[in-house]
Design a binder for this molecule. Structure first.
Ligand code: CO
Length: 297
């Protein structure tokens, strides 16, 4: 079983590297430009000012890990970019950021997805990067780093990080419910992969999602089964943004906190996105390292 898991992991890792290599637009002959390396960090985005701490943390870690390599940012959510533009804050899309980097003469770019699962946002990012990899006078090499959850090792590291970040005040009999985003995309299956492994380590911890599976009803059935009395609610999203503030910890009827209380559970909410924790950021940064290692020294 372990062998099979390793084999599958290697296959997936290999696929990503292949995918990365496919973006290489090795110009070889005639490309006499000096190497100019850059990093592009790509997040979903958030309109909540409190969520910025997540981006600041991971940005600082990336700059420390790759000194001297300029770091650019792009945001995949069209809605967030539109909302922020209304407030006078112009955020770049992936294509806007890559166009700027191309214009500034970058030859080698490592693009890092700061998404949680390889879902719709990640697919869109890959498509945008592919378009740039085939451009005339474009980048010599452009590679994409995997999102938080990709190979089996990521699932294990994510489970470690979740368990390490649970507040020390939580008692073993207390349940911990994490709110993931969720998606109709096949990548949604990663939440169940995390749940399976987390259950082997701590049978009172479960990840639910707002827009995918497992949904709140499944979480409630789980809490009933384990006879929980108190529940710790934490986001499993890079930022503690709108979903965490309102859908998880808000006071409206449909917030998870209110639903849990209505069902008789005591509830503690933690408003901290995963990118506020160094152990999660290390996973993203290691994925970025894996692609930066493929660029010229
Ligand atoms: Co959403």
């Amino acid at each position: 079983m372990k062998k099979l898991t390793i084999a599958i992991s290697i296959c997936i890792a290999f696929l990503f590297i292949l995918q990365g290599t496919a973006f290489c637009n090795a110009k070889g002959h005639g490309d006499s430009r000096a190497v100019k390396k850059g990093i592009l960090l790509v997040a979903f985005g958030s309109s909540e000012p409190e969520a910025q701490v997540s981006f600041t943390n991971i940005g600082a870690k990336v700059e420390k890990t790759f000194p001297g390599v300029p770091v650019y940012w792009a945001y995949t959510s069209h809605i967030i970019r539109k909302k922020m533009a209304k407030q006078g804050k112009i955020l770049d899309s992936v294509t806007m950021a890559l166009a700027k980097m191309k214009d500034k003469g970058f030859t080698h770019v490592a693009v890092q997805s700061l998404h949680t699962i390889p879902g719709e946002e990640f697919d869109g990012l890959v498509k945008d990067v592919k378009a740039f990899s085939n451009m005339n006078d474009g980048f010599t090499q452009i590679l994409v780093g995997r999102p938080l959850l990709s190979i089996q090792e990521d699932v294990e590291r994510v489970v470690d990080a979740i368990l390490a970040n649970i507040p020390s005040k939580r008692k073993p009999e207390d349940a911990v419910v994490l709110m993931g985003h969720g998606s109709h995309h096949p990548g949604n299956a990663y939440y169940s992969a995390v749940n399976w492994q987390i259950q082997l380590r701590d049978s009172n911890v479960v990840v639910g999602t707002v827009e995918g599976y497992p949904e709140m009803d499944t979480v409630l059935a789980f809490l009933k089964k384990i006879k929980a009395k108190k529940v710790w609610l934490m986001p499993f999203m890079s930022v503690a943004g709108d979903h965490a503030k309102n859908d998880m910890a808000g006071d409206e009827d449909d917030s998870w906190k209110v639903i849990l209380k209505k069902n008789g559970y005591k509830c503690e909410t933690i408003l901290k996105g995963t990118a506020e924790f160094d152990n999660f950021n290390s996973i993203w940064v290691d994925h970025l390292k894996a692609v930066v290692d493929h660029l010229p020294k």
